[in-house]
Design a protein around this ligand. Structure first.
Ligand SMILES: NC(=O)c1ccc[n+]([C@@H]2O[C@H](COP(=O)([O-])OP(=O)(O)OC[C@H]3O[C@@H](n4cnc5c(N)ncnc54)[C@H](O)[C@@H]3O)[C@@H](O)[C@H]2O)c1
Length: 248
């Protein structure tokens, strides 16, 4: 028996990195998993490698598509227990260098996208009287990083929004827990891209990656804890997994 037997999870940005690992870990524990992304070939490959996993195209900025994805999930699997708002991207540039378009892109995907996800799934989860949402934040939402102001704003906003939505769900007696995770640097295509693009002494690297790199499983096992019954007393929390990056 797995700790997620009978449950259904929806993971955004599941074609790569942390989202793909979350899918593998939740499926290992018996969950049926729907991953969504904008990288269709990669998403289909990841889904094919995980038993019971399905891939759907989904830009998390698209509210109508959120409705369709949740509706397809309910039609195919009959229930929805878990949402992981994981989709994300980073654009480097200080406040002076970053274009407003790149600022908006990051906030739209990582903050607005997560808002739309919570807004769409909560009515369905509340009818079942149970549910768990994890929003993938970052240590960038807890400290200043000069090279990624918009990314930091999106993640800081996500941590604050998580708390507010958790309180709402508790006030309404929905039985839905809402938490965020703030990873430090983890080995994924996103960090590989940053390492490839930036000089070794770039502030974006020295301020974020000077504390060692974690593995995707370091995050996925916490996602599992939070969304399974083991996390039943945890809501409105932001779990920091950063090898001490933010303690000093
Ligand atoms: N890797 C790290 O060090 C780290 C640290 C802290 C937080 N995070 C967060 O973890 C999450 C996953 O990051 P990752 O490192 O696995 O990166 P990744 O690039 O490997 O995966 C992110 C996925 O999100 C998808 N995506 C981007 N825009 C999207 C959109 N509009 N709609 C749907 N999907 C979209 C990408 O296609 C990609 O598959 C992100 O939210 C990221 O900010 C990562």
């Amino acid at each position: 028996m797995g700790t997620m037997d009978g449950r259904v999870a929806l993971i955004t940005g599941g074609a790569s990195g942390l989202g793909a690992e979350d899918a593998r870990v939740l499926a290992r524990e018996g969950a049926r998993v729907v991953i969504t992304d904008v990288q269709d070939d990669l998403g289909a490959q990841v889904a094919a490698s995980i038993p019971g996993c399905r891939y759907l195209h989904h830009d998390v900025r698209d509210e109508a598509r959120w409705q369709a994805v949740v509706s397809e999930t309910l039609t195919d699997f009959g229930r929805l227990d878990v949402l992981v708002n994981n989709a994300g991207l980073v654009r480097f540039g200080t406040v002076e260098d970053l274009s407003y378009a790149d600022y908006k892109l990051q906030v739209d995907v990582m903050l607005d996208g997560a808002f739309l996800g919570c807004k769409t799934v909560i009515p369905h989860m509340s009818r079942g009287g149970t549910g768990a949402i994890v929003n993938m934040a970052s240590v960038a939402g807890l400290k200043g990083i000069s090279a990624i102001p918009a990314y930091a704003a999106a993640k800081g906003g996500l941590i604050a929004m998580t708390r507010s939505i958790a309180i709402h769900c508790r006030e309404q007696g929905y039985g839905i827990r809402v938490n965020s995770i703030a990873p430090g640097s983890i080995v994924t295509p996103m960090t590989a891209q940053a390492l490839a693009q930036l000089p070794a002494d770039d502030p974006g690297l020295t301020q974020t990656m000077g504390h060692g790199m974690g593995q995707p499983s370091d995050i996925a096992e916490m996602v599992l804890y939070l969304v399974s019954d083991r996390g039943r007393h945890i809501t409105g929390s932001n779990i920091v997994i950063d090898n001490g990056e933010t303690i000093a």
